[in-house]
Design a protein around this ligand. Structure first.
Ligand SMILES: Cc1cc2nc3c(=O)[nH]c(=O)nc-3n(C[C@H](O)[C@H](O)[C@H](O)COP(=O)(O)OP(=O)(O)OC[C@H]3O[C@@H](n4cnc5c(N)ncnc54)[C@H](O)[C@@H]3O)c2cc1C
Length: 459
């Protein structure tokens, strides 16, 4: 067949590939149900969110927020902007990430899960090779997440990724980001706020294409005022190493130009991490969205395989969704296919300042779904909450189905949008009407209380 079989063989009920939130959730459910379980991860245990994604990012980001707050309040009682001691900031961040691999491994071992530290390669529909052993399993769970998209131009191997940003030795004097998705925008905000001269290169004509453009344009304006140089409709074509800097050649409006910076980051999106698995040997079908799964999180082409988290074709790359998919995959392995993944309502946020957060339908989606929608849209930068922070941007767009009077989408730009969006998530999930929502009493003064004012009809 594909390679000669090793003498050493081992069988598990369930073999999980990837130790992030999705893989761990599925593995823990299976071992607790009395199945024999193993996990393999080719990197440090714990997955992206805890070791090189959401959690360390937010630890660093709060220092950027302090800088941004003091910039906003400078001259109003703040004399000087504080200075960032990056080494100390990083040490604090590392205090969160460093313990994760060891504690994850010991938790999993304590539960009785066998651990492997390599990428398995499938050799048949229910067998894989790992660490020189042939592993057979009744079910495999693939939970390998995403990796940065490789850019295909001369010198693209010189580009750094989000992993490198989290581990920078110092704040670079200058940086270029290629790609203005949420990871690029968050780190571009962070570095520029901490004194780095930042350029954002984007092939499209606006940033954050998944978010509402009315709000995105306001965020871009704030970041531009903070010194970020946005270059839209711009195609990177080559990177070269100079003595101190890197030189990026780009095309814009039919012209070829160059720009230099100390670092260039590839933030042009992330793709399913499936390269090393030899999926074709197990008849596992994939497309660019990931491993093709049905609503039970089971491969559409091989019943022995489940896939969950970022790597599945049904995922938005967000931690809460990956956890939910891991739970569903585990549950279905234990009990037979009973639980379905039915596109739950998922709020998402860009942790800049101000933040953009969103839940439910976009305006275009709502328009195509419902006969008539009501759009509550406004600039709230002269409202008390924004004024007291001396914040330049505060805005909203909320969508209501006119027939039922129910809220169906909410899009917020504010310094507290990451929290207040959850109120709308609950309102949409519970089917609240405008009147139900406006009846609530919230704390005052608070951003939550403003949500009711956003839903006022214009006089
Ligand atoms: C910089 C950054 C910031 C983010 N911020 C947020 C945020 O604020 N909020 C949010 O909700 N989400 C955020 N995310 C996304 C979030 O981290 C992911 O959605 C989540 O971690 C996915 O979990 P997972 O279990 O599917 O995959 P992962 O956590 O990526 O785990 C996959 C594991 O599989 C391993 N693996 C990969 N290939 C193989 C292989 N061939 N063999 C063995 N092991 C393999 C990997 O090493 C990894 O440990 C962020 C991501 C990044 C990169």
């Amino acid at each position: 067949m594909f390679q000669s079989r090793n003498m050493e063989t081992k069988h598990y009920d369930v073999f999980v590939i990837g130790s992030g939130i999705a893989g761990q959730t599925a593995a823990k459910a299976c071992i607790e149900a009395g199945l024999t379980v193993a996990i393999s991860d080719k990197r440090e245990y714990g997955g992206t969110c805890a070791t090189r994604g959401c959690d360390p990012k937010k630890v660093l980001m709060q220092f950027a927020d302090v800088m941004q707050n003091t910039t906003q309040l400078k001259g109003l009682g703040i004399k000087k902007r504080p200075k960032i001691k990056w080494k100390a900031v990083k040490k604090f961040k590392t205090s969160f990430t460093k313990p994760v691999p060891t504690s994850t491994e010991s938790d999993l071992k304590e539960l009785g899960i066998d651990l492997y530290h390599q990428s398995p390669k499938f050799i048949s529909n229910n067998e894989a090779m790992v660490e020189g052993k042939t592993i057979s399993a009744d079910k495999f769970v693939i939970a390998t997440g995403h990796v940065p998209r490789q850019l295909e131009f001369e010198g693209s191997d010189l580009l750094k990724t989000s992993d490198d940003i989290l581990n920078l030795k110092k704040i670079p004097k200058s940086a270029i980001f290629i790609g203005s998705g949420y990871v690029g925008m968050e780190f571009c905000y962070m570095l520029s706020t901490m004194g780095c001269d930042v350029t954002m290169i984007e092939v499209g004509n606006n940033a954050l294409s998944q978010f509402d453009s009315f709000l995105v344009e306001k965020l871009v304006e704030v970041l531009e005022k903070n010194g970020v140089n946005f270059m839209f409709n711009t195609n990177p074509v080559e990177v070269k190493k100079l003595k101190k800097n890197l030189k990026l050649t780009y095309e814009k409006n039919g012209k070829t130009k160059t720009i230099k910076a100390r670092k260039i980051f590839n933030t042009a999106g992330r793709v399913p991490a499936i390269e090393k698995l030899d999926l074709e040997h197990a008849n596992i079908k994939v497309d660019e969205s990931g491993i093709l799964v049905n609503d039970f999180m089971q491969s559409t082409s091989n019943d022995n395989i489940y896939a969950c988290g970022d790597v599945s074709s049904k995922s938005l790359p967000l931690t809460p969704l990956s956890g939910l998919q891991g739970y569903i995959a585990g549950h279905n392995i234990i009990n037979g296919n009973k639980k379905e993944f039915k596109n739950p309502l998922v709020p998402s946020v860009v942790f800049t300042k101000p933040q953009i957060a969103s839940v439910g339908y976009s305006e275009e989606e709502a328009q195509s779904r419902y006969k008539n929608i009501k759009v509550f849209k406004g600039d709230a930068s002269d409202w008390y909450n924004a004024k007291k922070e001396h914040a330049e941007a505060y805005a909203y767009k909320i969508l209501v189905n006119e027939r039922t009077n129910k809220i169906v989408g909410a899009h917020l730009l504010s310094s507290q949008a990451n929290e207040t969006i959850n109120i709308f998530a609950m309102a949409i999930n519970e089917g609240l009407t405008l009147n139900d929502f406006k009846k609530q009493i919230f704390t005052y003064p608070s951003y939550t209380n403003d949500l009711k004012s956003m839903l006022k009809d214009e006089d």
